[in-house]
Design a protein. Structure first.
Length: 256
């Protein structure tokens, strides 16, 4: 089936029986309005396992720097008594007592990394509808994770057009110099409880994210294979998300 334009408000699931008791666990990815909290569209996918190269890891990485506190003290003494006098005192101490100043190394907090999350899905459609759902999922994620060219509505930003010798390209050069930023995303994990989808609160939440990478491999089994209509028999979808804020201890107490 040909790739379809993304329609705002669509909610796409893969596979079709994602929310049934048989599967039971899935993740819901919502593309959010720029500067707002309204969802423009969403994709629901099964939670991938390590066998597909996807480990569900919540990592906190903090950066510390070594600091020699004695240097701070020495700097103060040098400012008070003079560099020459203090340097002579150090030399005398080292020679008479065979001693030197303890550097008193400490580590000081500097920064915390933004958390990243990698997901990899092996998707094998079982019907014409699931083939379309696979295509629509990838289209939506690619669409909302990409920038938008501003002031360019006449088609002159077609990537197959040349910059040279085409009159329309003048429009692109004067009107396509600005991008609207990509959309951000919110991810929730669900479980089916008595037939009702419920947010799984037994694992940490993920904050608002940007989608840094969308990779779609159409031959995950090593060979190119399609159905009669040309749709791939399987595909591997790899996504990398990065949170937009550092997770603090306050956030951790609130479920992050």
């Amino acid at each position: 089936m040909p790739l379809r334009p993304v329609q705002s408000g669509n909610n796409i699931s893969f596979p079709k029986d994602l929310t049934t008791a048989q599967n039971g666990h899935y993740m819901h990815i919502m593309a959010m309005q720029r500067g707002g909290n309204s969802a423009l569209g969403s994709v629901s996918l099964f939670i991938p396992g390590a066998t597909s190269g996807s480990n569900l890891i919540f990592a906190s990485r903090h950066e510390y720097a070594e600091t020699k506190l004695s240097k701070v003290l020495v700097a103060g003494l040098e400012a008070s008594v003079g560099v020459g006098l203090w340097g002579g005192a150090q030399t005398l101490l080292a020679g008479a007592a065979g001693a030197t100043i303890n550097p008193k190394v400490e580590v000081l907090y500097r920064d915390t990394d933004l958390r990243t999350f990698d997901f990899s899905f092996i998707m094998a459609p079982n019907s014409k509808e699931e083939s379309q759902a696979l295509s629509d999922c990838a289209q939506m994620l690619r669409y909302y994770s990409s920038p938008e060219t501003l002031f360019n509505t006449d088609g002159s930003d077609d990537p197959r057009l040349t910059y040279v010798g085409v009159p329309q390209q003048f429009n692109y050069l004067i009107g396509g110099n600005f991008f609207a930023t990509p959309n951000e995303f919110i991810i929730d994990f669900y479980r089916v409880d008595n037939g009702k989808p419920t947010v799984n609160e037994n694992i940490p939440k993920i904050g608002r994210c940007v989608l840094e990478a969308v990779e779609l491999m159409y031959n995950p089994n090593g060979e190119w294979s399609t159905f009669k209509d040309g749709n791939p028999t399987s595909a591997q979808l790899a996504l990398r998300f990065r949170e937009t804020r550092v997770i603090s201890r306050n956030n951790i107490n609130n479920g992050y």
